[in-house]
Design a protein around this ligand. Sequence first.
Ligand SMILES: Nc1nc2c(ncn2[C@@H]2O[C@H](COP(=O)(O)OP(=O)(O)O)[C@@H](O)[C@H]2O)c(=O)[nH]1
Ligand SMILES: [Mg+2]
Ligand SMILES: [Zn+2]
Length: 299
Amino acid sequence: MTVAGGNGLVVASHGRHCIVEADDGTRTLCHPRGKKSDLVVGDRVQWAAAGDEGVIERLIERRNLLYRQDEWKTKSFAANLDQLLVLVAVQPMWSESQLTRALIAAAQVHIPTTIVLNKTDLDGADAARERLAPYRAMGVPVLECAIKARPDEARALLAPLLADKATLVLGPSGMGKSTLINAMVPEAAAQVGEISIALNAGRHTTTSTTWYWLDGGRHSALLDSPGFQQFGLHQVGPAELPTLMPDIAAHAGDCRFYNCTHLHEPGCGVRAAAERGEISPSRYRIYGELHAELSSSRY
Ligand SMILES: Nc1nc2c(ncn2[C@@H]2O[C@H](COP(=O)(O)OP(=O)(O)O)[C@@H](O)[C@H]2O)c(=O)[nH]1
Ligand SMILES: [Mg+2]
Ligand SMILES: [Zn+2]
């Protein structure tokens, strides 16, 4: 069959090529025209056929774009998401600073986040709930499940959340992300295998993002970004930071100075709230750390 091109969705990207899926579900290996090759999974593009393959003609304007950061670099990795699902577990303990970064990155591009607490069958569920209390209090939805221990219940809980949306699933290693993908995605291994063959990426697609369809009608999708360490926040200015942390923002109106950094100024409503215990000590500490990071490294 000859493909003519048209509009499509980038479902995988590796090096300088990507796989574009047309509305009828057919997939074509495409290359960018010219040197630019910053396409990410979730991008919508116009492409034209070039033999069996395709050439990307145009990137359709993104609704949002997210960046991931490892030791060496920050890189865009996913676009046009409807929501973020952060998976944490009763055991092992998750990093609150990484959770906070995720919420900030998503808030900046107006992507709603849901936290899912997994492994509630294990001891320590109450302590985990307590650690999430500040997040519930600031309005982040928190769901609970035990994906491996009670899979049917978990599927019934998560399926409505994921319906008709493109959802990025993130979680530190050990939280149950693979278990979740296998529980929710039909033929997950086959879907990822087909993509890595098409991309000629070999077995190791560990740092690329994968788009999984959850349903035959291709309305609901999960995005998995293996090897994800943390969100890059370089695009967030230090003055914008408090506006992206609802528990901090709630008290910023009480500060004496309009440009208060909430770190050391007299008459700071945020510090006063932290001292009264109305902002959790760890969230206030993380705010300070992020403020320093975003003030120093304008990379
Ligand atoms: N007790 C318990 N263990 C779970 C549950 N879900 C996943 N696990 C286990 O947690 C470990 C890590 O899960 P995995 O999906 O590999 O996590 P990932 O690193 O986030 O991909 C595995 O041993 C899973 O079997 C659960 O609901 N209860
Ligand atoms: Mg895994
Ligand atoms: Zn202040």
